[in-house]
Ligand binder design. Structure first.
Ligand SMILES: O=P(O)(O)OC[C@H]1O[C@H](OP(=O)(O)OP(=O)(O)O)[C@H](O)[C@@H]1O
Ligand SMILES: O=C(O)c1cc(=O)[nH]c(=O)[nH]1
Length: 189
C-alpha cells in the first residue's frame, strides 16, 4: 500500500465527530471514502493498487463489484486499470459491476447491473468494512445470480470485527488500508 493513498484517505476522507453507521452503531470516526475514491488522483491510485493486490492474491478474477454506492468507483477503477494493463500485454481484463440495494422496479428489473456473467469468479469490493454486513449482502446477491466468490477486497478495514465475520463465513479478505494506518495521521478531535 502506497503512503500516498493512505495520506489521501487521512487528509480527505477521515473525520472525527459523532456518526451513525450503516449497521446502526455509533462511532467517533467516519471515513468518507467517496471523497477519495471519486477524485481523479484517487481513481488512478486505487485502480493501480487494488489491481496489484488482486494480481498478488493469485485469484483468477473475472469480475469485481459490490453493494452500491461505496464500492462502485473502486470497482470501475479496477476495470479501467486492468484495461490499461492489458494494452501492455500480460494479464486479462477484469469486468466491473454494481449490486443495487434493491432490484430496479422497472426496465430490466435487475439487482446486478453491468457486465457480470453467471459463472464469473468474483471478488466482492467494499469501500469500508465495519461489521461486514454490506459485503455479505453483496455476496448473497452474486451467488444467487450464479457468481463464484473468490474473496473480498476493501479499501479500508475499520478493524471492528467485519473481517472476522467475513472470514467466519469462509471468505478471504484483502484490505488496502486499516484504521490503524489512518488514526495516527488524523488530528485529535
Ligand atoms: O461493514 P458494514 O457494517 O456493512 O458497513 C460498511 C458499509 O457502510 C457503508 O455503506 P452505506 O450503506 O452507509 O453507504 P453508501 O450507500 O454510500 O455506500 C459503506 O459504504 C459500506 O458499504
Ligand atoms: O460503517 C459505516 O457505515 C461506515 C463507516 C465509515 O467509516 N465510512 C462509511 O462510509 N461507512
Amino acid at each position: 500500500m502506497s503512503t500516498r493513498l493512505t495520506t489521501l484517505l487521512a487528509e480527505r476522507s477521515a473525520k472525527r465527530g459523532d456518526f451513525v453507521l450503516a449497521s446502526g452503531r455509533r462511532s467517533t470516526l467516519y471515513v468518507d471514502c467517496r471523497l477519495t475514491t471519486m477524485s481523479p488522483e484517487g481513481q488512478i491510485l486505487i485502480g493501480r493498487e487494488a489491481l496489484a493486490a488482486l494480481r498478488d492474491s493469485g485469484w483468477p478474477v473475472d469480475s469485481v463489484g459490490g453493494l452500491t454506492l461505496g464500492a462502485d468507483p473502486i470497482s470501475y477503477a479496477i476495470a479501467h486499470a486492468s484495461a490499461l494493463e492489458a494494452e501492455t500485454g500480460t494479464s486479462g481484463m477484469v469486468r466491473s459491476f454494481t449490486v443495487r440495494k434493491e432490484a430496479k422496479q422497472h426496465g430490466t428489473g435487475k439487482l446486478i447491473e453491468g457486465p457480470f456473467q453467471a459463472g464469473d469468479k468474483v471478488v466482492v469490493v467494499e469501500d469500508v468494512i465495519t461489521t461486514g454486513g454490506s459485503a455479505l449482502k453483496a455476496v448473497e446477491a452474486i451467488r444467487a445470480a450464479g457468481g463464484e466468490i473468490l474473496g473480498v477486497l476493501a479499501l479500508v478495514d475499520r478493524q471492528e470485527g467485519g473481517r472476522e465475520a467475513l472470514e467466519a463465513a469462509g471468505l478471504k479478505v484483502i484490505a488496502l488500508v486499516t484504521a490503524a494506518d489512518l488514526l495516527p495521521l488524523i488530528p485529535p478531535a
